[in-house]
Design a protein around this ligand. Structure first.
Ligand code: CMC
Length: 392
């Protein structure tokens, strides 16, 4: 029609202004609120401090950090009534399916007090989400294993408590290993935000109608589930199982070049250089494998062989396809003992802060408009209804 810009897949359209995250895809750089991701992930920050930064825009003082950690820790329990939801799911339900349902159901628990135009109400919703999302994620895992739920332990750090809720059993309480807790904390920091990806854009779009934030986050979780987005780390491990061993790599690579299948964990819409998160995750991967004595594990050796071949291969070099964060995060999570079907759930736990920060930024904007894309109509022109008896 000439009235609209046609940009399927949003290859050249900025959908909003944002002060939260900046990606320089050509240089392979990522900044949260101006701070390089390397300095946050490897320079002494932790996940909750990074959350504070993403939400409020500045690093906290000691007192602000203590207060923030205390508040988040105080909200870690879920309403006892919410625990009944799981009994309605099959034991073999995908944990992401349970996440979408249960997080959406939080709307039903916090509907009365929720006035999304009120900044204080928004802040409480943010705390509730950050606090409860690891509890819900761990419950999805425990349910699928047939294990009783483990109540949160508020004496542990956010990430150590998450591992406790996943792995503790009555006869074997989880003993935090600092190297492994640090590795999971890094996974959370690296996945915390990534500007207007598909799930974050979804959360903004649903939030723009004034919807309940818990329902908006459920929409984000649904979007993250896809294999082209958050499902990629799971797909990496499934691919490694399918390849089986190093001898099968050349045949698999032939299939990639013939476009029979993709090399999962490679390529990115924005990074046309090494994903900076991938470099950090690779270092973390080395630390974790060394800590657990898994350097010679066949699956991890296969992953390293695949990475080496792909980095040197003309197909990947000419298309600027580099390993993305999910290539390594899947391997690290697998080494931590996290089952494959939980990988995307961990991603959702991390990305919740990014989603809710974007939602809050949008809701704080007095000029906010409902997101309402237009389309190019390519269907039938006007025509008259034909009664059933007259249809040929
Ligand atoms: N394996 C093989 N070929 C690939 C791959 C891959 N992983 N990724 C892209 N290509 C090829 C693609 O076939 C195309 O080739 P040609 O020019 O001959 O047609 C070229 O590279 C450009 O790719 P594209 O599909 O136009 O790129 P895109 O920006 O639309 O897709 C992507 C980005 C991430 C969806 C894609 O690279 C992909 O599917 N990768 C595998 C899945 C994956 O690891 N996803 C995680 C992304 S990072 C985490 C997140 O953001 O959630």
């Amino acid at each position: 029609t000439g009235m609209f810009t046609f940009d399927p897949g949003f290859l050249a359209t900025a959908s909003c202004e944002s002060k939260i995250t900046f990606i320089d895809g050509d240089q392979g750089q990522l900044y949260y609120r101006g701070y390089p991701i390397e300095q946050l992930a490897e320079g002494g920050s932790d996940f909750l401090e990074t959350c504070y930064l993403l939400i409020y825009g500045e690093l906290p003082s000691k007192a602000q950090k203590d207060e923030f950690v205390k508040t988040v820790t105080e909200h870690t329990m879920v309403h006892e009534q919410l625990t009944r939801f799981w009994q309605g799911f099959r034991r073999d339900a995908h944990p992401m399916a349970m996440m979408v349902g249960v997080v959406g159901a939080l709307s039903a628990f916090y509907q009365d007090s929720l006035d999304v135009a009120n900044p204080r109400h928004r802040e409480v919703a943010i705390y509730r989400l950050l606090s409860k999302i690891p509890t819900i994620a761990a419950m999805c895992y425990r349910y699928s294993q047939g294990l009783p739920f483990a109540y949160p332990r508020n004496d542990l750090s956010y990430t150590a408590n998450f591992m406790h809720m996943m792995f503790s059993t009555p006869c074997a309480p989880y003993e935090p290993n600092p190297v492994l807790v640090r590795a999971l904390d890094r996974i959370l920091i690296l996945h915390a935000d990534h500007e207007q990806n598909a799930s974050t854009s979804t959360v903004r779009l649903s939030g723009s109608s004034g919807a309940n934030p818990f329902a908006c986050i459920a929409a984000g979780i649904a979007t993250l589930w896809g294999p082209s987005h958050g499902g990629a780390n799971e797909a990496v491990l499934l691919m490694l199982d399918e390849i089986g061993s190093v001898e099968n790599v050349p045949a698999f690579m032939e299939g990639v070049k013939n476009k029979t299948h993709k090399l999962m964990g490679f390529g990115h819409r924005v990074y046309k250089n090494m994903d900076p998160r991938a470099a950090i995750m690779k270092r973390t991967c080395d630390e974790v494998l060394a800590e657990l004595g898994l350097q010679d594990d066949p699956k991890f050796k296969l992953a390293m062989a695949l990475e080496k071949i792909a980095l040197e291969d003309e197909y990947f070099v000419s298309r600027k396809l580099y390993p993305n964060v999910d290539f390594y995060s899947g391997i690290v999570q697998s080494a931590l003992g996290i089952p494959v079907e939980m990988f995307t759930v961990i991603f959702a736990v991390a990305r919740t802060v990014g989603w809710i920060s974007h939602w809050n930024e949008m809701m704080s904007d007095p000029g906010m408009k409902i997101g309402r894309p237009r389309q190019l109509y390519t269907g039938a022109p006007r025509r008259d209804y034909v009664k059933m008896a007259d249809r040929g």
